[in-house]
Design a binder for this molecule. Structure first.
Ligand code: PMP
Length: 455
């Protein structure tokens, strides 16, 4: 390790001596990219130790829905803190968990009747994968063990979740440790032919998935997808018709459908759950991130009575679903989730988001003609801008040029957190953002893209 640069703040120096950050080449932070120490947050704003403010345009990794230090959620957590911080969730239960389970079952697509808690997104994916596999075993079909996944998908980074995902950057190095999955091409609409509609592209891209389902039905436990937006896979989007076709084919071939709405759930795509836009019910719905409004780690897997019943038996049959995390159903996290769901119930969040989404579209419209932008795409409150070397050929920038990092740096100087995925700049802001703040963000993105692409 080289000596850290002198201009690092004291906390940055201490951090670099003791901490190892996620998704980070730590060497980056020694000189060129000082760590930013955050002292407090308020609404969409974060404030560092020197009092500089940053608009959190990515909701702190897509978790925050109603602003930092939200008074309603903070008060709910504080009340819970005075009552019960945690209790073992095997053999014991508590009101916040039951309230959240009931509310999720009420809000989720019809037919989901049971809620299993875990404590982060990857763990929820592990639960869904294990439950599906175990369901088939309990149902006398032990040969159904494999998973069908989409190219460019991301489902987390524990080994099972990594295996069913498909982003090479995260996955390739660990390939020897991962189960073998069946990969279908992505319906990613960025790849559609000129003049082809998103819907006909998604329909066309379903053909290979159908073929795989037919061929592997005897050995396939489930298909896992991120409904409508492959978020970590550069915010690539597809049409709901794909999900409708997928649901029908999964039924036809007797294969489960796992919807990973960890990133897209809770209003991000314009509806409370993305599956609603296809009017489908998955066999497993994985939720996390926004579930607690971005306060505390919690995840949930919702499933059907059919799945639940396959595990319900005499103890001695050893058919129970055995998956346990120490912090399963943590009362503080459940209190935050209950308060978050309460905000959805008491305010017209989805309607208001529609206006904010329309404003995001207007504010970024001029970027569609930028010489180094191939596409501006949007699904509800997620808007992504694809930077390219050449607009006409869509030739991408080499990742080593780190164009996205230039946008990141520029945005920090201008007071915003934009954290591009490769060459894709995106907004996924908390829902308490104002139209004026969206305008500011759009201006920062435009000038940042200019600065990052000017040579
Ligand atoms: N699935 C999806 C679709 C995600 O976007 C993420 C996180 N980015 C995960 C799973 C994993 O969640 P966590 O980071 O909480 O493990």
């Amino acid at each position: 390790m080289t000596a850290p640069s002198d201009n690092l703040p004291p906390l940055g120096v201490r951090d670099l001596a003791a901490v190892w950050h996620p998704c980070t080449q730590m060497k980056d932070h020694e000189r060129e990219l000082p760590l930013i120490a955050i002292r407090r947050g308020q609404g969409v704003w974060l404030e560092d130790m020197e009092g500089r403010r940053y608009l959190d345009a990515i909701s702190s990794w897509w978790v925050n829905l109603f602003g930092h230090a939200n008074p309603v959620i903070s008060a709910a957590v504080a009340r819970q803190l005075a009552e019960l911080e945690h209790v073992i969730f095997a053999g014991f239960t508590h009101e916040p968990a039951v309230d959240v389970a009931e509310a999720l079952i009420r809000l989720a697509p019809p037919g989901l009747a049971r809620c299993f808690f875990a404590d982060n997104g990857s763990a929820a994916v592990e639960v869904a994968v294990k439950m599906s596999f175990h369901f088939w075993r309990n149902s006398g079909k032990p040969g159904k063990q494999r998973f069908i996944t989409l190219a460019n998908s991301y489902h987390g980074e524990t080994l099972g979740a990594l295996a069913v995902g498909n982003v090479a950057l995260y996955k390739d190095i660990y390939a020897p440790l991962l189960m073998d999955v069946i990969t279908a091409p992505s319906p990613d609409g960025y790849a559609r032919e000129p003049g082809e509609s998103a819907e006909s592209h998604s329909r066309r891209m379903f053909a290979p998935m159908r073929e795989l389902l037919e061929r592997h039905a005897h050995e396939a436990a489930a298909v896992i997808v991120e409904p409508l937006v492959q978020c970590a896979g550069s915010m690539r989007m597809y049409h709901p018709v794909y999900l409708r076709l997928l649901r029908a084919a999964c039924d036809e071939f007797n294969v489960h459908l796992i919807a990973d709405e960890i990133a897209v759930g809770f209003g991000r795509t314009g509806t409370l759950f993305a599956c609603e836009q296809a009017q489908i019910t998955p066999d497993f719905l994985c939720l996390s991130k926004g579930l607690t409004g971005g306060y505390l780690p919690l995840s949930a897997v919702l499933t059907t009575s059919t799945v639940y019943d396959a595990f319900y038996d005499e103890y001695t049959k050893l058919n129970a679903f055995l998956h346990s995390h120490s912090y399963t159903g943590n009362p503080l996290a459940c209190a935050a989730a209950r308060a978050t769901l309460g905000i959805f119930a008491s305010t017209p969040v989805i309607e208001r988001n529609r206006e904010l989404a329309a404003h995001m579209a207007r504010a970024t419209a001029s970027l569609a003609d930028h010489p180094h932008v191939a596409e501006v795409r949007q699904q509800g409150m997620i808007l992504a801008i694809e930077m390219v070397r050449q607009r006409s050929s869509r030739e991408p920038y080499d990742f080593r040029e780190r164009r996205g990092l230039k946008v990141y740096r520029h945005a920090l100087q201008r007071g915003a957190v934009l954290r591009p995925i490769g060459n894709v700049v995106y907004f996924m802001p908390p829902y308490v953002i104002t139209p004026e703040e969206i305008d500011l963000l759009a201006d920062i993105a435009r000038t940042g893209i200019d600065a990052a692409t000017c040579d």
